[in-house]
Write a protein that binds this ligand. Structure first.
Ligand SMILES: Nc1ncnc2c1ncn2[C@@H]1O[C@H](COP(=O)(O)OP(=O)(O)O)[C@@H](O)[C@H]1O
Ligand SMILES: [Mg+2]
Length: 273
């Protein structure tokens, strides 16, 4: 399944949260929405999921406009920022939740849940409650719960935000492998550039409700289209004025230069007495 947004605009009162957003994520790809807090990433996911209605534009899944299809009929799995597991339910019941809503049979539910427990590496833990799991294990349960009803699309909103740095690094590699194995088209929100580069096939840079650039991590890094993108990806200094810098004579006036420290060498010269 591929997912597409075409000319999407969304206002909250006078505030423009999404400005003419268009993109496509191909079947089986994992794309990251990367941008600062408040840039509109969650709003984009919520519009795809049908939890928020855009003012103009289309959300298209596999060629079909789904604008008027309610959230629960869109076949989308969602993993939220906070764990959002049901605290009073076991791992088994958490994963089974969507299947019970679909009124699946007892055996089918059991088989599917146990298959997912194994897939996410939580064998033997299906009777535990969320408080008996680590943060990383809880997010694995959240992932399994989202996958249980076999969604056509998986949306993850800062799934590792509440997890400490070390576990987070392991978990994101785990997630990338898991998604590749399941083969599900996925969109993943983060404000952490390192996380986006490590996990995503494609990155979309979101700034103030605009999609500034979409591309493979290395393309975005090597050929940033805007100064925002240049500064957001990698560490860089932007020079407005490069009078006196050798080799910049050809650069037309009014352009800016990006200096990345990894391409700069600093020398200490010997003084000759
Ligand atoms: N339901 C809402 N009502 C009013 N403003 C909202 C609502 N949801 C989001 N916003 C505003 O839209 C902007 C984008 O929010 P959001 O999509 O959550 O950003 P991000 O996920 O990138 O942090 C923010 O300024 C936020 O305050
Ligand atoms: Mg958000």
């Amino acid at each position: 399944m591929y997912v597409e947004m075409k000319g999407i605009n969304k206002n909250f009162g006078n505030y423009e949260a999404a400005k003419d957003i268009s993109f496509r994520v191909d079947e089986g790809h994992l794309a990251a929405l990367l941008g600062p807090s408040g840039s509109g990433k969650t709003t984009i996911l919520r519009m795809i999921a049908g939890l928020e209605q855009q003012d103009t534009g289309d959300v298209i899944v596999d060629g079909n406009v789904v604008n008027h299809i309610p959230a629960k009929e869109r076949g989308i799995g969602f993993v939220f920022q906070n764990y959002a597991l049901f605290r009073h339910m076991t791992v088994f019941e958490n994963i089974a939740f969507g299947l019970r809503v679909q009124k699946k049979g007892k055996k089918e539910i059991r088989d599917r849940v146990m298959e997912l427990v194994e897939l996410v590496g939580l064998e033997g833990m299906h009777k535990r409650y969320p408080h008996q799991l680590s943060g990383g294990q809880r997010q694995r349960v959240a992932f399994a719960r989202a996958l249980a009803p076999r969604p056509q699309l998986l949306l993850l909103d800062e799934p590792f935000a509440a997890i400490d740095a070390k576990v987070r690094k392991e978990l994101r590699i785990w997630l990338k492998e898991m998604i590749a194995q399941v083969g599900i088209t996925s969109l993943f929100v983060t404000h952490d550039q390192e996380e986006a580069v490590a996990v995503a096939d494609e990155i979309m840079i979101i700034n103030e409700g605009r999609l500034e650039q979409m591309g493979k991590p290395v393309e975005i890094y090597k050929k940033p289209k805007t100064s925002f993108v240049a500064q957001f990806i990698g560490t860089s200094a932007v020079l407005d004025d490069f009078d006196g810098f050798k080799g910049f004579e050809e650069v037309p006036k009014g352009r800016k230069a990006i200096v990345r420290p990894e391409f700069v060498e600093a020398f200490k010269f010997e003084t000759i007495k």
